[in-house]
Ligand binder design. Sequence first.
Ligand code: ADP
Ligand code: ADP
Ligand code: MG
Length: 515
Amino acid sequence: MSTPTKRPIKRLLIANRGEIAVRIIRAARDLGIETVALYSDADQYSLHVKLADYSVNLPGNTAVDTYLNVPKIIAAIKESKADAVHPGYGFLSENADFADAITNAGAKFVGPSAKAMRLMGDKIEAKRLMKAHKVTCVPGSENPLKDVEDLRRHAQDIGFPMILKASAGGGGRGMRVVRTMDDLAESFAACTREAASYFGNPAVFCERYIENPRHIEVQVLFDEHGNGVHLFERDCSVQRRHQKLIEEAPSLFLNAEQRAEIGGRAVVAAKAAGYSSAGTIEFICESPERVYFMEMNTRIQVEHTVSEEISGIDLVRWQLLVASGEPLPFKQEDIQLRGWAIEARINAEDPAKGFLPSPGRVNQVRFPAGPGVRVDSHLYPGYEIPQFYDSMVAKLIVWGQTREIAMDRMLRALSEFEIDGVPTTAKFHEAVLRNPIFRAGTMNTGFVESQAEYFKKAFSNVPEEHQDHAALLAAILTVEDQKKGAVTATTTSSAAPKSLWRERSRLESTRRGGV
Ligand code: ADP
Ligand code: ADP
Ligand code: MG
C-alpha cells in the first residue's frame, strides 16, 4: 500500500444550505477546521450562515443563480481562500464537472474522484460495471435506448411491467412505469424529454419493474488508499412517489448472513469503481434472495444519520479525514452493529392538504431531546423558510436497543416536536409509526399508497377547516400516478391546491446541472 500523503484541510467551504450545511459545519468544527458558508439572498439569516466562521453571498435566489452556479461558487472559493469544498447532497454534489472545477481552482473536493463520479453517476455505465464484477442487476437494457423500436425489442425480452429511467436521473424523478405495449411510444417520448430537461442528458434505459419491492441500500466508506468498509444497510422502503420518507437501519428483511452478503457486494461494487469517501449502493429487493443492484449515490445521503447511530462512526468527519489523505484506521471486523435507528424526514408540507408545501415564518420551535434522540435541523424561532428550495426542514433520528424501543422513542420524540407557524409532516410520521404493517416491519415501497384508507382515517380528526383536505389526502395517496404511468414526484393531482413553492427551483435542487 502507498504511504499516505496527508494534506490537512484548514478552511472548508460548504457548497450547500439547510440542515446538511449545518451538519457539515459541526463535523468540521469538531476537527478544528474553519468553515465558509455560501448563501443566497433568501438564506441571509439561515443558521448555517450564523454558525460558519466566514460567509460569502451568492447574489440571487433561484438554485440556478446560487447553489448551482459554478462560476459564482468558484469565485467564492478564491475570495475566501478555502482549501476544500464539501458539496453536501443535491445541488452540485454529483456533478463531476463541478469536482473538476474545484480541483482546477486549487481546492480539494470532499468526495470521490471525478472519474468515479462519472462512472457511477451514470446509471447505465454503473450497471455495466457492476455486471462485469458479477454483481446482479435488475434485468434491463445495457445501453441507452435508441428509439421506440429498440425499446419494443427489450419489452419482448423483459416483459411488463417495466420502468423507464433517465440514466442521469436522481431524487425520484425522470422515471416512468410502463404496463402495456400501447404505452411504450408515449412513455418513451415523455421520459426522454424529462431526462433532457431535468438532467441535461436525454439517455434513457429500461428495466424490469419489480412490484412492491424493498429498497435496501448499503453505506460504504473508502479512503484514498484502497481500504474500504461497509456500515451495514438501511431500509428505505417507506416512500411516497419514489421519494424516501422514513429510513431505518438495519433492515428487518435481512438476517445476519444476508446482511454480510449484501455488505460484501457493496464493497466489491465500490472497489470496482475505484471509489473513495462515503457512498451508497442502492439495491432493490424482490426477496432476501433476489437482490438487485439499482444505482450508486456518490455523495453523503440524507439518511446517513441512521448508519452513524448504529455504527458509532461519524461519516462526515471521516469524509473530511479521508479527503485530507488519512487512511481508515478500522477494518470491517472492527465495525459493530449496535441497536436500531430510525429517521423521519420532517418537511414543511401539510399531509392533511395532500403534502402541500408550506414555506413561511416559524414562530416557535421546540426540538425533542433525551435518550436516543437526535435532531439535525437548521430551524430556529423566527426563521423564515424560503420558497425556493427543498421543503425538508429537519431530520428526527432516534436510536434504541431494539426496533420496538426505537419506534416507541420516535413516537415520544414526535409528540415533543413543536413547530409553530408552518404545518409539517410530523403528524404523518406519527401515523406511520402506529401503522400495524410498519410496526411489523413488512412494508415495501408500495406501503404508503396501499395504506391510503388507513391514512385517511388517521387524518379524519384534523381540524374542521381542513376536513375537506382529508379526502384530498387520500386521493393523493392513491396510485393514480402509477395508473397513468407517470411516477415523477412533481406530478400533483389535478384536484390538489397549487403549490406555493416554485416547482422549477425545487427540481433544480436535484439536478446535476452542467458546468
Ligand atoms: P438521498 O438519496 O440522500 O436519500 P433523496 O434522493 O431523497 O436523497 O434526495 C436527493 C436530493 O433531492 C436532496 O438534495 C434532496 O434535498 C432533494 N429532494 C428530495 N425530495 C425533494 C423534493 N420533494 N423536492 C425537491 N428536492 C427534493
Ligand atoms: P433515483 O436516482 O431517483 O434515486 P432510483 O433508481 O434509485 O432513482 O429509484 C428510486 C426508487 O424508484 C426506488 O427506491 C424504488 O422505489 C423505485 N424503483 C426504481 N427502479 C425500480 C424497479 N426496477 N422496480 C421497482 N421499483 C423501482
Ligand atoms: Mg436512488
